[in-house]
Structures are given as structure tokens and as C-alpha cells.
Design a protein around this ligand. Structure first.
Ligand SMILES: [Zn+2]
Ligand SMILES: [Zn+2]
Length: 281
């Protein structure tokens, strides 16, 4: 089993340790490849996104680590880029022109008004109280409308391109299940999710199996119940821990890899010498 992780956050965004601390941990666990994916700059400042002025230093620091550890670990420079709307997303020239090894596209924010500012965003990934307030005040108390907005944004992100991996494809269910427990089992929800997967399969984009809350809450993104739908569509996957501290670099990975095998997945996508390869599980 080749150990790798392509989704991680360090002190350049909301991660809790310097990049080199993650590298040291990965080396100590025998990892083959490690990728950083700081939260992309946005048109407004947030607590967890990287300021645009820090981008050159981010790239330089990962390059320094690539060189320093080249005999022990393949290190990659990625970015977790927010899809906000048609004007600010992974496909815009700013992100496409950065010297990155890969791009993860994620939806954390749903714009509910203009212009693009933090006050005009419904955040689906924060505290449940904020999520509930967004549903109640901006989607007329209709959870389905917020979920539709989320999957519409995800599909527009896939359609506009410029990404290698869809990040935590169904994060909307995490708070959504607290709003309505039956959410993931409802037919309309399944229909929205499968429409999104069909588009992803058509475009040939990868989907990560995100284990950020597997150990703590026994949940993955995509939802455990929906993993077979990826297999049916031959969607390429890899396992990512989305860690914010070095001790969680490998969190949930052994369990997720075992589960994928049990479900019938035969391989994961891995970066080898800078190219994505299909590697047997
Ligand atoms: Zn994310
Ligand atoms: Zn992340």
C-alpha cells in the first residue's frame, strides 16, 4: 500500500503547523507522496483563506521542501480553490497561471447577494448555527434550496474546468443532516448527487475520499452509502485526510483504503513523478 495525501492545510492558511512539520510526519510514517493544498485566496479576507500576497512565499517554501526531501518523499504544490461563482473560481487565469502541480476545487461558500464579500456568503462548512440561519433566512427555511444551490455550484465548477480533483464533494450533508436527519436518504437528494456524479464521470475529473471526520464521526465525503455510485461510474479516487495538524496526516486512511477494497475498488489515483497514475490497491 502506497501512502500519500494530497489534501492538507498548514500555517499559510488555517492549518496549525508549518509545512515542514507535515513533511516530517509523512516521512516518519513512510509516505511516498505528500501534497499541500492551502485554501486559495478569495476576493475578500476570511479566517481560513490564504492572503493573495502570501502566494509567492507559499510556492517558494514548498519548492524548498521538495528539494530538501527529494530523496525521501515526493512533495507537491496544490491548492484547494473555492468555487464562488462564474467570475471567481478555479478556472480563472489567476489560478490557472500559478505554478501548481494540481488543483482541488471545493465549494464552501454560496453567494446569496452581490458583491462577493464574506457578509454575502452562506458558509456550508462552519458552525451548524450559521448553516441553520442561512437556510432559515436566505433559503426560506427550505433545506432543499440550499442543497440545490450547493450542487448547482459544484456542477458549474466541474463544467468550467481547471481542476483535477473535486474536494469533499458532498460536504453540504454534514450540517444538512443536523437540519434534517433523513437528508441523505431522500430521493431528491440522491438525484442531485447522482446528477453531479454523472457530470464528473463525463468530464473525467477525480473525486477524493475525504477522511477528515472518519475517525471522529464515522463519516466520509462522499457519504459512505454513496461510495458504490463512484465505482459504478468508474470515477477515479484517492484518499485524502484534509488534515490541519501533522498528527492527522494519516488519519482515517487505513480504514478508508480497507473499505474501498471491500466495496470492490481496485485502484487509487496517485501522483508519481508529477503524473497521475492508476495504482492498484
Ligand atoms: Zn475544504
Ligand atoms: Zn481542506
Amino acid at each position: 500500500m502506497l501512502l500519500s495525501n494530497y489534501h492538507s492545510h498548514c500555517t499559510f492558511c488555517d492549518g496549525r503547523s508549518a509545512p515542514e512539520d507535515f513533511v516530517k510526519f509523512a516521512v516518519s510514517k513512510g509516505f511516498r507522496a505528500y501534497g499541500f493544498s492551502s485554501h486559495s485566496p478569495l476576493p475578500f479576507e476570511t479566517f481560513w483563506n490564504m492572503p493573495v500576497d502570501d502566494m509567492p512565499e507559499y510556492i517558494a517554501e514548498i519548492n524548498r521542501l521538495k528539494e530538501k526531501y527529494k530523496d525521501r518523499l515526493e512533495i507537491y504544490t496544490g491548492l484547494e480553490i473555492d468555487y464562488l461563482d462564474g467570475t471567481y473560481n478555479p478556472s480563472i487565469p489567476y489560478f490557472q497561471e500559478l505554478p501548481l502541480d494540481y488543483r482541488i476545487g471545493s465549494v464552501h461558500f454560496l453567494p446569496i447577494a452581490n458583491p462577493l464579500s464574506e457578509a454575502n456568503m452562506a458558509c456550508i462548512d462552519g458552525a451548524f448555527s450559521n448553516y441553520k440561519e442561512a437556510v432559515d433566512h436566505h433559503y426560506s427555511g427550505d433545506l432543499r434550496r440550499l442543497v440545490k444551490h450547493f450542487y448547482d455550484s459544484t456542477m458549474q465548477m466541474v463544467e468550467s474546468g481547471g481542476i483535477d480533483i473535486v474536494g469533499h464533494i458532498d460536504k453540504v450533508y454534514m450540517n444538512g443532516e443536523n437540519y434534517r436527519e433523513s437528508l441523505v436518504a431522500e430521493k431528491w437528494y440522491r438525484d442531485m448527487f447522482t446528477a453531479c456524479l454523472d457530470l464528473i464521470a463525463e468530464k473525467g475529473v477525480m473525486v477524493e475520499i475525504n477522511t477528515k471526520i472518519l475517525t471522529s464521526k464515522n463519516k466520509t465525503f462522499p457519504h459512505l452509502n454513496y461510495l458504490p455510485l463512484l465505482l459504478e461510474r468508474n470515477i477515479p479516487v484517492m484518499v485524502n485526510s484534509d488534515c490541519h495538524t501533522p498528527d492527522l496526516v494519516n488519519d482515517g486512511r487505513p480504514e478508508a483504503l480497507t473499505l474501498l477494497k471491500q466495496l470492490g475498488f481496485r485502484s487509487t489515483r496517485e501522483l508519481i513523478a508529477g503524473k497521475w497514475n492508476e495504482i492498484a490497491l
